[in-house]
Design a protein around this ligand. Structure first.
Ligand SMILES: [Zn+2]
Length: 352
């Protein structure tokens, strides 16, 4: 975490004319003086020695400006700390909780949460509630929690829910780790963008791509390729009607029979990876393109709330242009848009 030093009180004290010479009683207008240009102060008045005819005399007095030290009002102390509080249930395997802490440390080191989260209240703690689905939600103080999400009852009070599917422990599924990265990344996005979380395909597609890059790097496996190649998980609307993926309401339908629009956010991830690919065609290196998607866009959104304008500013192409370029892709391009395997998140998040 970075912290800033705020409210350094600077008192500017100026003194004028610190003459070493004693002020003689004769210093007054018209009285003789000896050195042209000499300045003397007496009772908050200044006298300058000038030549008048053949004589040197003290010139007319002018009032010395009284300098009142400007005392800057002490600002209300602002804490710039943001921290997480872990609530890890005993239903979680011990090796998972060890990895959980490691992952959180890594994430906070590489992509620290801007303290400007929770509706700009900076001194905040976010609780993380985690348990295995082998048991019912053990946190009685927070009923109704399930799945994985950032939840809240107000913009200033939010918490992270991480219910890990019991099967993921048995199957050695990397999702039991990538889910941590996914939810953490939402906190990162909320903080950077000041809560400007749209469009869905960049919110969720970004989280999906990042979590998979992370587990590929640290655990040597990921669900990205498998999810993208699982035809039923996402629909061809990605190519034909990409604007549907701007909102959850228009891109979350589906079932096992006919397939889903955006299950596991595979469709959104495809869109994000296509954007990264297109940026590379515009001579942006892969790492930088990913940083633009994961970071720069959200920073831009903190001031430019219209996501299409933020998009155009950051990616140097309009949303419509991108959608047109996306329309030229198909499912057969999956291998060509996957992130390169040796990619490390430390190489992506360069700007802190
Ligand atoms: Zn998500």
């Amino acid at each position: 975490m970075k912290s800033r030093l705020i409210g350094v009180l600077t008192i500017l004290a100026l003194s004028i004319s610190a003459t070493a010479m004693p002020v003689s009683a004769a210093v007054k207008v018209g009285a003789k003086c000896k050195v042209v240009g000499q300045i003397k102060a007496k009772k908050s008045k200044e006298f300058t020695c000038i030549a008048k005819g053949k004589k040197l005399v003290w010139s007319k007095a002018k009032t010395t400006k009284k300098i009142v030290p400007q005392v800057t009002p002490t600002p209300t102390p602002v804490q710039t700390s943001f921290s997480f509080k872990f609530n890890l249930d005993k239903s979680l395997p011990e090796d998972w909780t060890i990895e959980f802490k490691k992952i959180m440390n890594t994430l906070q080191d590489i992509l620290p949460i801007n303290p400007n989260i929770n509706n700009y209240v900076r001194n905040s703690v976010m609780e993380i509630y985690s348990w295995s689905s082998a048991v019912a939600n053990p946190f009685t103080e927070k009923p109704n929690m399930s799945g994985a999400s950032i939840s809240g009852d107000s913009p200033t009070n939010r918490w992270m829910v991480l219910e890990i599917n019991r099967d993921e422990f048995k199957n050695d599924n990397s999702h039991r780790y990538s889910a941590i990265v996914h939810e953490y990344f939402h906190v990162y996005q909320i903080a950077l963008s000041k809560d400007s979380m749209s469009p869905k395909w960049l919110v969720e597609g970004g989280a999906k791509v990042l979590e998979e890059i992370f587990v590929e790097q640290y655990y040597g496996k990921s669900n990205l390729e498998g999810d993208l190649k699982f035809q039923k998980l996402w629909s061809d609307d990605v190519f034909a009607n990409p604007s549907l993926f701007e909102k959850y309401e228009t891109s979350s339908s589906g079932d096992m029979q006919r397939g889903w629009m955006d299950m596991n956010y595979a469709g959104s991830a495809y869109m994000v990876l296509t954007l990264v690919k297109e940026l590379q065609k515009d001579n942006v290196p892969e790492q930088k393109a990913l940083e633009m998607v994961f970071r720069d866009f959200w920073v831009e959104k903190s001031t430019q709330r219209d996501w299409k304008l933020a998009f155009e500013k950051v990616f140097k192409m309009s949303v419509e242009t991108f959608y047109a370029r996306l329309g030229k892709f198909s499912r057969t391009d999956i291998d060509s848009i996957l992130p390169s395997k040796p990619l490390k998140i430390q190489e992506i998040f360069i700007t802190k």
